[in-house]
Design a protein around this ligand. Structure first.
Ligand code: TRP
Length: 333
């Protein structure tokens, strides 16, 4: 039998996850948890690299945890925790900062992008975001990191840091591989289908959150930007809007793109959009039901959050200690 791989991924506590987060990441995680040794982390320390309202951040972090479980992540199978609860992340991030070059951080497109969008607050945390992410991954001797294509550069940097450290001392970190799943990988904005679907979009019709009312979902899909030739055909270049809807439908139903085209070959966009909307409502409805029930079980959820932190703490300290010893930080046995 193939050996179980260690899989790590992180998600920002955006509060209400979008359909893009679900189809592109979380749904895939629920599958991986049965086959591998999975660790999923809510990265609240990454979130504060841009300004957050304290009350919102607190609530969103809690809601994010409840949503991961509502989506089917099982704390008995996967390790789920909140980044700031496990001090080794910040500690290793500092150490790795000393093995990361400014030249490397300067090249990160996410940094360039975010600093132009938040020009009033280009803080050092935003700059060293990638070394915190490297710490997240390397602490657990991760083999594989499932992420979106937009994180490719950060994974490359993580690998470079790991290799650099291993070569300077002796093998310490597993050098992780990025894993960029294709199915449902990139759900695009419903309004500007050449942009990724994002909760930070100022146009609320651009995204669907996991907790949206069925009537709102149907409406947002109905209003999704398409084109005028009324043919349900996959063509990202010329028909980005329709292609996005085909992707969503195919990812939810498991039907191939060709089969979806066939199914709707003689219907117009109206009927197709109706089917897409219904499929989204149907897949989200059990998640919403569980979320409603679980949100009220605060003691139970907090217990899960605590247990996750304890488990992550004891696993991560092994690597952190090893790193400190190799660097030459004085330790008393
Ligand atoms: N930077 C990732 C994102 O924005 C989130 C993240 C933080 C992450 N730490 C991670 C992803 C570690 C994978 C592994 O999507």
């Amino acid at each position: 039998m193939e050996e179980k791989k260690i899989i790590f991924s992180g998600i920002q506590p955006s509060g209400y996850f979008t359909l893009g987060n679900y189809l592109g990441a979380i749904k895939n995680w629920t599958r991986l948890q049965h086959e591998h040794n999975c660790i999923f982390c809510i990265v609240d320390m990454h979130a504060i690299t841009v300004r957050q309202e304290p009350k919102n951040l607190r609530q969103r972090t809690y809601d994010s945890f409840v949503q991961l479980i509502s989506c089917g992540l099982d704390p008995e199978k996967a390790l789920l925790f909140i980044q700031s609860h496990v001090p080794a992340h910040a500690e290793l991030a500092w150490l790795l900062n000393c093995y990361t070059y400014m030249g490397e951080l300067n090249r990160m497109t996410q940094f360039k992008d975010k600093s132009s969008r938040h020009s009033e607050n280009i803080n050092a945390g935003l700059y060293t975001y990638p070394s915190l992410m490297a710490a997240d991954i390397l602490l657990y001797q991760t083999d594989m990191v499932p992420v979106g294509e937009d994180q490719k550069q950060h994974i490359e940097l993580t690998r470079d840091i790991a290799i650099r450290f291993n070569n300077s001392y002796s093998p310490t970190f597993v050098v992780p591989e990025g894993y960029f799943p294709k199915a449902g990988a990139r759900v695009m904005s419903l309004q500007e289908p050449d942009k990724k679907m994002s909760k930070s979009d100022e146009n609320v019709n651009a995204y669907i959150t996991l907790l949206e009312e069925p009537s709102v979902i149907m409406n947002k899909v109905k209003r999704a930007v398409t084109d005028s030739d009324n043919q349900v055909r996959y063509d990202i270049k010329n028909k980005a809007g329709i292609s996005n809807l085909i992707d969503i439908y195919s990812s939810i139903t498991g039907k191939s793109i060709q089969d979806v085209e066939k199914e709707f070959s003689s219907t117009g966009y109206g009927q197709f959009k109706n089917a897409v909307g219904e499929a989204v409502v149907e897949i989200l409805s059990p998640i919403q039901k569980r979320f409603k029930e679980l949100s009220k079980e605060k003691d139970y959820i907090n217990q899960l959050i605590k247990e996750g932190a304890q488990k992550a703490d004891s696993r991560s300290y092994k690597t952190l200690n090893k790193v400190m010893r190799k660097i030459g930080l004085y330790q008393v046995k």
